[in-house]
Design a protein around this ligand. Structure first.
Ligand SMILES: [Mg+2]
Length: 144
């Protein structure tokens, strides 16, 4: 297992790491083996999602509005894990329920991948573009 980043998942920390790679004065790294691997994994996950959906004929009964509502419902199931815990309880709760939290995050990803597929959106490219916007919107400030 690699060294764990000291970055939590706040926008400030994400933007800081993104700016290290893509920030002003730096050009995006050329697409290398790692980037291709990430794109392939997203492609494979998308193929799994589409195959799962098509095998159940859900494509005949649902539209983008239904997908968006399912995405929100799954996001709410993520939230459900984190409500009503004190900070002290949260650490223990997360350790015990990590699989369940992963299940709900996976459900969110399912709908993200399915919607991006059906809307013909390259989600990897969309994500990269959005993170550049986020980096501009949330510039890194000198820490005290
Ligand atoms: Mg769920």
């Amino acid at each position: 297992m690699g060294k764990r980043s000291d970055c939590d998942l706040t926008w400030k920390c994400i933007a800081k790491n993104f700016n290290k790679r893509f920030g002003p004065g730096r050009r995006p790294a050329p697409a290398g083996k790692d980037d291709k691997l990430v794109n392939m994994e997203i492609k494979e996950l998308t193929e799994l999602v589409v195959k799962f959906r098509n095998a159940r004929n859900w494509d005949r009964t649902q539209d983008y509005k239904d997908f968006a509502m399912a995405l929100i419902a799954e996001a709410a199931e993520v939230v459900e894990h984190f409500k009503w815990h004190t900070p002290e309880q949260m650490k223990q709760y997360v350790a015990i329920h990590k699989d369940g939290i992963g299940d709900e995050l996976s459900d969110v990803l399912f709908w993200v991948l399915l919607m991006s597929h059906d809307l013909d959106i390259d989600i990897v490219e969309a994500y990269k573009k959005k993170m550049k916007k986020n980096a501009l919107k949330y510039p890194i400030k000198e820490e005290k």
